[in-house]
Write a protein that binds this ligand. Sequence first.
Ligand code: BG6
Length: 492
Amino acid sequence: ATERKAVFLFFGGTGDLAYRKLYPSLFNLYRKGNLRSHFAVIGTSRAKMDDDKFRAAIKKSLADSGNRTDSKEASDFVSHFYYQDHDVTDTAHYAVLKDLMDKLDKKYKAEGHRIFYLSMAPQFFGTIAQDLKTQGLLSEGNDVFNRLVIEKPFGRDYDSARLLNDALSKSFDEDQIFRIDHYLGKEMIQNIEALRFGNTLVESLWNNRYIDNIQVTLSEKLGVEERASYYDNSGALRDMVQNHIMQIVSLLAMEQPVAFTDTDIRAEKVKALRSLRVYNVADAATNFVRGQYGSINEQADYRHEDNVPHDSTTETFVAGKLLFDNYRWSGTPFYIRTGKMLADKFTRVDVVFKRPLVDIFAFPQSQNTPLAANVLTIFVEPHAGFSLQLNAKTNDTGFSTEPIKLDYLVDAQKSKDTPEPYERLLHDVLKGDGTNFSSWPEVSYAWKFVDQIRRVWDLQEPQFPNYTPHSMGPAAAEELIQRDHREWVYRL
Ligand code: BG6
């Protein structure tokens, strides 16, 4: 592994994400040799704490994520961690962070490379970026890098996202900004490009002549857990559709990039998103439906979760139909759905092909059931793999056909060894590879699309709750697709 050098500064350094995902991911990079001796990590938040206590907390976070921490390796790793309390609105105090960064840069010979990671309340993103620059925390020199990693949410609509982006771009150029969408760090999401552009069989059929529709399902089993105060202000449309689903859809819809580089891939994703039809009021109302879970038994009722108002109209489920106005996809809809408290945790993409134009097996005297559509499924989680449904002859003397499946499932051991999204993404940041991050044009087109849906929804009070916990969502999601004489491939 190539060793990367950098001083990291984590805002929100004592937060849940940092402990659960970010530090364990850094440890994995350390164990693999991507980080060795030339790095340091500063955690900052408002809390008071000394380095020792912080290091103990890091150790605990490693242990909680299944690592042994009695090793020399773990102790060496945590010795690179430092803590500094800091109020992000106190401009003068950035000098303290600057001194610490400079000191650690020298001590570990990090060669001036800096990674600033914002994992905290989004209202401070702009201020922090600005102060980092004006207070001199960005290092200077030809061969140094300064990179800003920014967690979601990136705005709550197009206007606020643009303001945020304008604020960030006063301090950082677009190629220094890494907007996290952790779905882009998932193995099988990255596999979409291999599947499409590595296989003649797939890519030559990947268009409206052969594909009837594509279905993207991000189904979650859990409710809002402890995040209600964030979630109730967001809802499923902002929380999952604007980012994760739009990213997946753009990878499915894009043209082949000129080369496998971040610039070329992003250019194609942006083009795809530009040809996504932005709905007018009437079309937004018919092509998108929402839901909220609830039941007679109030235990599993969104409106009775902690920190959720009893009359909340926040959607915990979305289903929709997306249309691309371009030569490849015109007439082939993409159906998407996501929700909380559904029957199962399942992330998958089902590509439904058109049936053969003529079914020669269905002559008048035949008992044969009509040919089924070929379906190519990409399993993202919990299992990773592909499945291809074909029609084959049944194994008997007569002649009838039945759908069979060619399955490829990544085995359990390999799945266990698959790097976590955050490990990959942090590695990409160290390398300076923006492929698996959302660029500003992508984010802005996604917001413009989503804003139209939101605008229509905000005009009308929904009738919530409208789906039972552990179901597959409201009846409206079924009606949405049945209206087009189609069905969800993944159902209970
Ligand atoms: C996050 C959302 O971005 O993604 C959460 O904010 C959601 O609400 C989560 O639960 C799902 O991610 P994953 O990786 O568990 O599918």
